[in-house]
Design a protein around this ligand. Structure first.
Ligand code: B12
Length: 210
């Protein structure tokens, strides 16, 4: 029995082959079912597959980096077609200091923006001071922190405590694959919430969007 490749597999192989038309066609086909579907059901499993190939030494770390950059440019090509609404309340989204995995955080930023937030994505490896300064200046209602590497978890407590001291009292949401199955219970002063998918982030944030 031969299994049909999933959309995620097709996207992964197009990325690794540097096949821009193939990757774009696959992304566009998924986008027809919504940005959430494209991100969570196609791009996320494609990148997971690429990570597994790296673990098995079938590709190099450089291949992985090139494939991610390529995925970002393919998604960027579809940006003008996304149904962006007028910007609403501000949300700041960042990868914590030392965290270079940025695609998931960018997806959270995009899906929040598509749901009516004014998403300000600060990108990868954001130093605590820079994040706190951005929050002090822009006074967001929501701050989203993304962590992929479990080693970054220990840096969370002081950052969440710093965010808690901000006069605008933003809601704090923490997630990413390093937080799968975790609780924020070990974080002092935290009322932050842990979630693991970008779609769940949007659902959770809706109640604070006023
Ligand atoms: C691409 C990639 C890289 C790229 C990143 C480039 C970039 N510009 O982002 C580069 C080459 C830089 C890299 C480096 C490393 N990587 Co890497 N990388 C990956 C890979 C293949 C894909 C990551 C990705 O983009 N996934 C797709 C996105 C969409 O998924 P996601 O991040 O999980 O995000 C989703 C959810 O988690 C959620 N989400 C994300 N943030 C948030 C926040 C909130 C609040 C919420 C609610 C949800 C949420 O929403 C997203 C959509 O659903 C993964 C494999 C994998 N399984 O993910 C390995 C992986 C994460 N990397 C790994 C490793 C080990 C490393 C390195 C240590 C390798 C090395 N020796 O150099 C370094 C560490 C760098 C660092 N300090 O951060 C391991 C981590 C293992 C572990 N748990 O410890 C993985 C799992 C590979 C593997 N199979 O072992 N990597």
């Amino acid at each position: 029995m031969t299994l049909e490749p999933t959309q995620g597999d097709r996207f992964a192989f197009a990325l690794l082959a540097g096949d821009r038309p193939g990757a774009l066609a696959c992304a566009r086909e998924a986008f027809a079912r919504g940005v959430g579907h494209l991100y969570e059901d196609v791009v996320r499993p494609a990148l997971a597959r690429i990570g597994d190939m790296w673990m098995r030494n079938e590709i190099t770390i450089a291949d992985q980096q090139v494939a991610t950059a390529f995925a970002q440019s393919v998604l960027g090509a579809l940006y003008p077609e996304f149904p962006w609404p007028p910007p609403g309340p501000r949300a700041v989204i960042a990868c914590v200091a030392g965290e270079r995995h940025e695609l998931g955080a960018r997806m959270v930023a995009d899906l929040l923006t598509l749901d009516g937030w004014d998403g300000m994505f600060l990108g990868a490896d954001v130093a605590d001071d820079a994040l706190l300064e951005a929050v002090a200046q822009t006074r967001p209602g929501l701050v989203v922190l993304s962590l992929t590497m479990p080693t970054r978890r220990r840096a969370l407590a002081p950052l969440v405590a710093g965010l808690r001291r901000q006069p605008s009292s933003p809601k704090i949401l923490v997630g990413g694959s390093a937080m799968l199955g975790r609780e924020l219970a070990d974080l002092p002063e935290s009322e932050g919430t842990v979630l693991s998918s970008a779609r769940a982030a949007v659902e959770w944030a809706r109640r604070w969007k006023s």
